[in-house]
Design a protein. Structure first.
Length: 154
C-alpha cells in the first residue's frame, strides 16, 4: 500500500505540474512527459516486478500510438500525446480503456466550458495563437489522477 500511495502522490504532483504548464504556456515539455513515464514504470516494477513493468510499458506504447494518431489527425498537440503516454505508465494495459474514457470525459466537460468561454469572451474568440486552443493537458492530468484515486480507494 505504501508504494501505491507514493505512486499516487508522484503522479498527482507531476501531472499537476504538466497541467499548470499547459494552461500557462500551452506547451507540455518532453522532459516532463519522460519523467512521468520513468516514474510510472519504476513504480510498476517496484510494485509487481517484471510482469507489471511489461504491462505498464505496453500501455505507454499503446497510449503513444493513440496520441500520435490524434496529433496526426489534428485533434491533439504533440505534447498532449506524449503527456498521455507518460501518465499511461502509471496504469497497466488492462486499464487503457478506462484511462482513455476518463480523459475523454474530462476533455468533454472542459470543452463545454471552453466553448462557453469563447462564446462570451470576444478577446478569447479573437485569439489566433496557441492560447486560442483548449489546454488538453489539464484533462489528461485530471483524468489520470481521477483514475488513480479510484484505484487507490479499491
Amino acid at each position: 500500500m505504501a508504494i501505491a500511495s507514493l505512486s499516487f502522490g508522484v503522479l498527482a504532483a507531476l501531472s499537476t505540474i504538466g497541467a499548470l504548464i499547459d494552461v500557462l504556456k500551452r506547451k507540455l515539455p518532453n522532459y516532463l512527459s519522460l519523467a512521468i513515464a520513468i516514474a510510472g514504470l519504476g513504480f510498476a516494477f517496484a510494485a509487481v516486478g517484471w510482469v507489471g513493468l511489461g504491462l505498464h510499458f505496453a500501455h505507454v506504447v499503446v497510449a503513444f500510438l493513440i496520441g500520435y494518431g490524434l496529433f496526426a489527425g489534428g485533434m491533439f498537440g504533440a505534447g498532449d500525446g506524449k503527456f498521455y503516454a507518460g501518465v499511461a505508465a502509471f496504469f497497466p494495459i488492462q486499464l487503457a480503456p478506462a484511462l482513455a474514457l476518463v480523459i475523454l470525459l474530462m476533455g468533454g466537460v472542459m470543452a463545454i466550458f471552453w466553448l462557453l468561454a469563447r462564446k462570451f469572451s470576444p478577446k478569447l474568440r479573437a485569439r489566433k495563437d496557441d492560447f486560442a486552443k483548449m489546454p488538453y493537458g489539464l484533462a489528461i492530468a485530471i483524468g489520470a489522477v481521477a483514475l488513480s484515486t479510484v484505484r487507490l480507494a479499491v
